[in-house]
Write a protein that binds this ligand. Structure first.
Ligand SMILES: NC(=O)c1ccc[n+]([C@@H]2O[C@H](COP(=O)([O-])OP(=O)(O)OC[C@H]3O[C@@H](n4cnc5c(N)ncnc54)[C@H](O)[C@@H]3O)[C@@H](O)[C@H]2O)c1
Ligand SMILES: C[N+](C)(C)CCCC=O
Length: 518
């Protein structure tokens, strides 16, 4: 199984017609001119605002959009629009909803090059990776189209011919709040199961990446959802708070950092709204000396450098059994040296810029501390200036591998959210498990070994919601994804997400007379 397991290789390398058209989107040229809010079935300017945000093209440092952050009135309009659409959508059969989701998946496939290019321009990830994200996105909608028709309750026989049954019902208007690292994919991970269950959604992307989720809203409309079923509001914390506090919102699904997750939970608690929290991580990747070394090295690369290391489930604490430490490190450094950094819209680029200046400085801050605390810089960790003059203002850095790390170092304890791998030696299974679990996070974890019993024993002992054996960072939509401990709760993907976007009603039916005790 690979990250690209269902992407035919020719699709990734051979330009098709659509791709040829989207090639006109070259780095340094895109300027957004359209409204970025979406409500009632069309793009709209917000009716009120709480300040302004700027969205950047990280590879050039150019502002590509200045937009108003939605105010309380606009948030309310979006929620009312969702409420009206909910009345229609929730009455449709699962099969009817399924057909619309399948059509949306088809349109995403058709527009995939345009969506991927926009994601690359606004987020900075390579076009190669953005295409995979779009692939996962339409697969998500196809997968939940399948589940829409399969939503069902139970029938239970009771004494005297009476019986009971359960109905799985939608929640109502669900709010989705997303992070900036997988803007389009995160929106699909939330909208897929939400809409399949019969809910409506108001979605707020990160203010850093406001552009592609509006394309998703347009696609849903074209596919045939009732106008207002999927709405987009833009902005940061204040707009997010209006959403979380609104009395007509039935659920909040949040992807982001632990501190924000904690605030969301607090706001939702006031009106007893259920929440799904997909939060950060500092995940362990354990490499035993009996591993297939090449696979283990490739696994560590996948665990650390996708999307410039800005991935929640990254295995950034790489524990390597001492007898292969030197060889493993040497091979990793060789691979990192070969990563092609540069214009993310070019076919052979594998690493683009960090999302913005603040995040780049934050990563450098962690690296400064790592140096002060005695970590050894085996490669990278420097600002990078590509030769192309149009990329001079971009937020580039070289991917970094830190050796000589200890568990107490800040770079080993805290989520950096940048291309930084910390390598830590270990001696035996018991010791490494204790160290791997010594974190407040619990999003993911991985193990490389040829010993099948050890592999299962290790993942059973890992305190993490998403575990990988002999691979890392593959994310088939069929498998539930989410965290333990401070990495959150609730699940995205798999059938599990359907349960988080629906509620169970029990109906008890009497077939005889009422036997009153009074
Ligand atoms: N577990 C996962 O699936 C997953 C996926 C991607 C990212 N993440 C995590 O997200 C973090 C990076 O993303 P980020 O910097 O966008 O996180 P963030 O917490 O700063 O912001 C996430 C979202 O929350 C909004 N927000 C901020 N304050 C809010 C408030 N008070 N009320 C309501 N909404 C508010 C932001 O505008 C944004 O849309 C990392 O910690 C990463 O690990 C987790
Ligand atoms: C698709 N990945 C690589 C598993 C990332 C999931 C979203 C986390 O940031």
């Amino acid at each position: 199984m690979s990250l690209l397991r269902s992407v035919p290789i020719f699709k990734l390398f051979v330009p098709n017609l659509q791709f040829a058209m989207s090639r006109s989107l070259t780095t340094g040229t895109f300027q957004n001119t359209l409204p970025l809010n979406y409500r009632g079935g069309s793009r709209v300017q917000p009716v009120d605002s709480v300040g302004e945000e700027k969205a950047y093209e990280p590879s050039t440092g150019r502002v590509i959009s200045t937009f108003a952050c939605s105010g309380e009135k606009e948030v309310n309009e979006a929620i009312q629009s969702a409420k009206s659409a909910f009345k229609i959508w929730s009455q449709k059969s699962g099969m009817e909803r399924s057909r619309v989701l399948l059509e949306a998946a088809r349109i995403i496939r058709e527009r995939s090059e345009e969506i991927a290019a926009m994601e690359t321009i606004n987020n900075g990830k390579s076009i190669f990776e953005a295409r995979v994200d779009v692939e996962i996105s339409w697969q998500t909608l196809e997968y939940y189209a399948g589940h829409a028709g399969a939503m069902a309750g139970q029938h239970v026989q009771l004494p005297g011919g009476s019986f009971g049954y359960t109905r799985r019902e939608p929640l109502g208007v669900c709010v989705g709040i997303g992070a900036w690292n997988y803007p389009f994919q995160i929106a699909c991970w939330k909208a897929g199961p939400a809409l399949a269950c019969g809910n409506a959604m108001v979605y707020k992307p990160s203010p850093f990446t406001p552009v592609t989720v509006v394309l998703l809203a347009e696609i849903f409309a074209e596919a045939g959802v009732p106008p207002g079923l999927f709405n987009v509001v833009q902005g940061g914390a204040t707009t997010g708070e209006f959403l979380c506090k609104h009395p007509d919102v039935a659920k909040v699904s949040f992807t982001g950092s632990v501190p924000t997750g904690s605030k969301i939970m607090e706001m939702a608690a006031k009106s007893i709204k259920p929440v799904t929290l997909e939060l950060g991580g500092k995940s362990p990747l354990i490499i035993f000396s009996d591993s297939d070394l090449e696979n283990a090295v490739n696994g560590a690369m996948m665990a650390n450098f996708l999307t410039q290391g800005q991935v929640c489930c990254n295995g950034t604490r790489v524990f390597v059994q001492r007898d292969i430490l030197e060889k493993f490190t040497e091979e990793v450094v060789k691979k990192v040296k070969k990563i092609k950094i540069g214009d993310p819209l070019l076919e052979d680029t594998r690493m683009g810029p960090i999302v913005n200046r603040i995040q780049l400085d934050r990563v450098f801050g962690f690296l400064k501390t790592a140096r002060e605390q005695g970590a050894k810089f085996l490669i990278g960790g420097e600002p990078y200036s590509p030769e192309d003059p149009k990329l001079k203002g971009g937020f580039f850095m070289t991917p970094c591998v830190l050796g000589g790390c200890t568990d107490a170092m800040t770079c080993v304890k805290e989520e950096i959210f940048g291309p930084v791998m910390s390598i830590l030696p270990f001696d035996n299974e018991e010791e490494v498990l204790e160290r791997a679990n010594a974190t407040t996070y619990g999003l993911a974890g991985g193990v490389f070994t040829r010993d099948i019993q050890r592999a299962h024993r290790v993942v059973a002992a890992l305190q993490a919601g998403m575990c990988f054996i002999n691979n890392y960072n593959v994310s088939p939509v069929e498998l539930p994804f989410g965290g333990y401990k401070k990495s959150g709760f609730g699940r995205e993907n798999g059938w599990a997400a359907m349960e988080h976007y629906s509620q169970l009603k029990t109906v008890c039916v009497e077939m005889g007379n009422v036997e009153s005790v009074f």
